[in-house]
Design a protein. Structure first.
Lengths: 265, 327
C-alpha cells in the first residue's frame, strides 16, 4: 500500500515543481468555464426556458461540466504514449509494479487536485454570476449520480489508456488523441452543452457511442431528468462500455508490450 | 546450476524502410517494405553465480538487446532464456525483485525530483525493510561519495553524479543479478575508474552475478575475467580474457628505437614492419621466434632501446571484429 502513497507524494511534488504550468492550466479552465457561463446567460437573456432547460438547470449543467472535467475527463495516462515512444516505459516495466495501478494512482492524485481547485473556481464564478445551483431532487438520484461518476471515471481511464497504448503501433498517437480528444470526445460527452439540444437523429447516433456516459448522463441524472428505469439502463450500458474498454486496453497492452522494442541503446 | 542460461536465443526486429523526403513518406504509407533486422541471431551461453562477465561488441552488435531479453523487456523471437530459474518475460515479482538493469544512456530516476524521492519509491516498490534500506543507502552513498547531492533535483546533477545515483537506485534492493549497459558511458577518466572500482567491489562483497556491456576496453580489461564478444548478433568468442590473447594473437610486438638511420628494407627480414618512422619502429614477429628476432635485431642494427610485448588486447578485439587475421 505504501508504495502507492509514495507515488501520490511524487505526483504532488511534480506538480509543485511545475507550479506555473499548473496555475496556467487552471486559469485556462477558469476562463473557458466563465466564457461558457456568460455565453449561456446571453442566450437566455430575459427568457427563463430554452430547449427544455431552465436557466438555472443549464447553469448547473455548465458548473457540473467544470466539475466533472476535473474528475472524469482527466487522466495522466496521456503521458504513457510519450513514454512508449521515448522508451521511458522501460523503467516501469523493470519494476515489480502493475502499470495500470501506477497510472490510476497518479490519476487519483490528479483528480484530487482538480476537485480542490475546481471547487474554488466554482465558488468564485458563482459570486460573479448570481444564480442558485439546482440540487438532485432526491437521494436516489444523488446515489445514482455518484455511482455513474465512478463508472465514467473508470471508463475514461481505460479509454484514455487504450488510446495511449496505440502508441505501440502508430507513430502519431498525438494526432489521434487530438481528433478524438478535442473534437469528438468533449463534444459528444456533452462538455460544451447538453447533447439533447442537438437534432434528434444526431442525438441517437451519439447515444451509441461511449462518450455521453462520461459527462452528459451523470448531469442529466443530477438534474433529475432521467427516470429510474432510464437511470438503470444508463448504468448498465456505461458498465458494458467500461468492460469493453477495460478488455480492449488490457489485451492491447499485453500485445503491445510484446511488440515493444524498448528503443534506444 | 547456472544463474543465467541462454539457449539459441534469437531476436529479430521488423523495421520498415522509408525513402527520404515527403514523397518517401507517402510511398511508405501505401507500400511499406518491411525488413527483418537480426539483432540477436542464435546465441547461447551460461553464467554461473558470482561471475562478472564482460559483454563486448561494437554498436548495434546485439549487446543491449540480449540484456533486454534477459531482464524481461523484450520477448524473444525464439530460443530459451532463464535467469535465476525464471523466464524473464513473465516478469514475475520475485524475479524482478532480484534483478536490476542499469542503462548508461537511460534515466531511471525521476527527473524533476531529488534522487532521494526515487530511492524512497524504490524502497516501497521493492518492499525493502527499513533498516536494510538505511544501511544499504548509507553504504552506497559513502562508497560513491554522493551523500550531499541526494536532495538536489536529478536534472541539476552532473552526469557523473547522476550515474552514481542511477546505480544506487538500481542496487538498493540488493539484486542478485545485475545487468549493466555501458555504465561508464560519458564519464571522465577519473569517474570511470571510480565506477569500475565500485563495480568490482560490489561483485566481490555481494557475490552478485554481473553482466556488463561496454565498448570501453578499459572497463572490461579491469573488471572481467571472462568475456563474450558479440558482433552482428552472433557470438565470436566466449572465454577467459587471457585466452583471447593466446587464441588470436600468435604474434608479439617488437618496439625499437634506433640510434642511427637504417635501411628500412632490411628490417623486413626480421618480421612484419607495422610502422617505421625514424627513430622508432614497430615490428610484429611470430610468437615462437620472438626471442630470436630480438637477438637478431640487436646484433645487426644500431638499437638504442627495445621492448617485446603482447599485442594490446584492444587491438586483438578490434581485429576480431573486422575479421582480419590478428597481427
Amino acid at each position: 500500500m505504501s508504495k502507492y502513497l509514495q507515488i501520490i507524494r511524487i505526483t504532488f511534488q511534480e506538480y509543485f515543481e511545475y507550479r506555473l504550468n499548473f496555475v496556467m492550466w487552471r486559469f485556462r479552465n477558469l476562463i473557458s468555464f466563465l466564457t461558457l457561463i456568460i455565453f449561456w446567460l446571453a442566450i437566455y437573456g430575459e427568457k427563463d426556458k430554452i430547449l427544455d432547460y431552465q436557466r438555472s438547470q443549464l447553469l448547473t449543467y455548465v458548473i457540473g461540466v467544470a466539475f466533472l472535467r476535473g474528475i472524469v475527463l482527466a487522466s495522466r495516462s496521456v503521458d504513457l504514449a510519450g513514454q512508449i515512444r521515448s522508451g521511458e516505459l522501460t523503467k516501469l516495466l523493470l519494476q515489480p509494479l502493475k502499470i495500470f495501478n501506477f497510472w490510476f494512482i497518479r490519476d487519483l492524485t490528479d483528480k484530487a487536485l482538480n476537485i480542490f481547485f475546481a471547487t474554488i473556481e466554482i465558488i468564485i464564478v458563482s459570486k460573479i454570476v448570481n444564480f442558485s445551483l439546482v440540487l438532485p431532487k432526491n437521494s436516489t438520484d444523488f446515489v445514482i449520480f455518484v455511482v455513474l461518476v465512478i463508472l465514467s471515471t473508470l471508463l475514461y481511464f481505460y479509454l484514455s489508456f487504450f488510446i495511449s497504448v496505440l502508441a505501440f503501433w502508430t507513430e502519431d498517437v498525438w494526432a489521434t488523441r487530438w481528433l478524438l480528444g478535442i473534437v469528438l470526445l468533449e463534444l459528444f460527452a456533452g462538455a460544451y452543452f447538453p447533447i439533447d439540444i442537438l437534432p434528434s437523429w444526431l442525438v441517437r447516433i451519439i447515444y451509441w457511442t461511449p462518450f455521453p456516459y462520461l459527462v452528459f448522463f451523470p448531469l442529466k441524472i443530477w438534474l433529475g431528468q432521467a427516470s429510474i428505469n432510464m437511470s438503470i439502463k444508463i448504468i448498465l450500458i456505461s458498465f458494458c462500455w467500461l468492460i469493453f474498454f477495460f478488455v480492449l486496453a488490457s489485451v492491447l497492452w499485453k500485445k503491445g508490450v510484446k511488440n515493444y522494442g524498448a528503443f534506444g541503446g | 546450476m547456472p544463474i543465467i542460461e541462454i539457449k539459441h536465443l534469437k531476436k529479430y526486429y521488423q523495421v520498415h524502410k522509408k525513402e527520404p523526403g515527403l514523397a518517401g513518406s507517402i510511398k511508405s504509407l501505401f507500400n511499406r517494405k518491411y525488413e527483418d533486422v537480426k539483432a540477436v541471431d542464435n546465441i547461447s551461453f551460461e553464467i554461473e553465480e558470482g561471475e562478472l562477465v564482460g559483454f563486448i561488441g561494437p554498436n548495434g552488435a546485439g549487446k543491449t538487446t540480449t540484456l533486454k531479453c534477459l531482464s524481461g523487456l523484450l520477448y524473444p523471437t525464439s530460443g530459451g532464456v532463464s535467469v535465476l530459474g525464471f523466464n524473464p518475460w513473465d516478469r514475475k515479482y520475485p524475479f524482478l525483485k532480484q534483478i536490476s538493469l542499469v542503462m548508461g544512456q537511460k534515466n531511471q530516476l525521476w527527473w524533476d525530483l531529488p534522487a532521494i524521492e526515487s530511492f524512497i519509491l524504490n524502497r516501497e516498490i521493492y518492499e525493502i525493510p527499513k533498516e536494510q534500506y538505511e544501511k544499504t543507502l548509507d553504504e552506497l552513498t559513502t562508497l560513491l561519495e554522493v551523500k550531499d547531492v541526494l536532495k538536489i533535483q536529478v536534472r541539476k546533477l552532473s552526469l557523473g553524479q547522476r550515474m552514481k545515483c542511477e546505480l544506487i537506485a538500481a542496487l538498493l534492493h540488493s539484486p542478485k543479478v545485475l545487468f549493466l549497459d555501458e555504465p561508464t558511458i560519458g564519464l571522465d577518466v577519473v569517474m570511470q575508474k571510480k565506477m569500475r572500482d565500485f563495480i568490482k567491489e560490489y561483485n566481490r562483497r555481494n557475490k552478485s552475478t554481473i553482466l556488463l556491456t561496454s565498448h570501453y576496453m578499459g572497463d572490461v580489461k579491469e573488471l572481467c575475467k571472462r568475456i563474450i564478444i558479440i558482433d552482428k548478433g552472433k557470438i565470436l568468442f566466449d572465454g577467459l580474457l587471457s585466452e583471447i590473447v593466446e587464441k588470436y594473437a600468435d604474434h608479439k610486438v617488437l618496439s625499437v628505437v634506433f640510434s642511427k638511420e637504417i635501411d628500412a628494407k632490411k628490417l623486413e627480414e626480421i618480421g612484419e614492419v607495422r610502422e617505421y618512422n625514424y627513430p622508432k619502429a614497430v615490428i610484429y614477429v611470430k610468437r615462437e621466434v620472438s626471442s630470436v628476432a630480438s637477438a637478431e635485431l640487436l646484433q645487426h642494427f644500431p638499437v638504442a632501446d627495445l621492448t617485446l610485448e603482447e599485442v594490446p588486447i584492444d587491438q586483438i578485439i578490434r581485429e576480431v571484429f573486422t575479421g582480419k587475421d590478428v597481427a
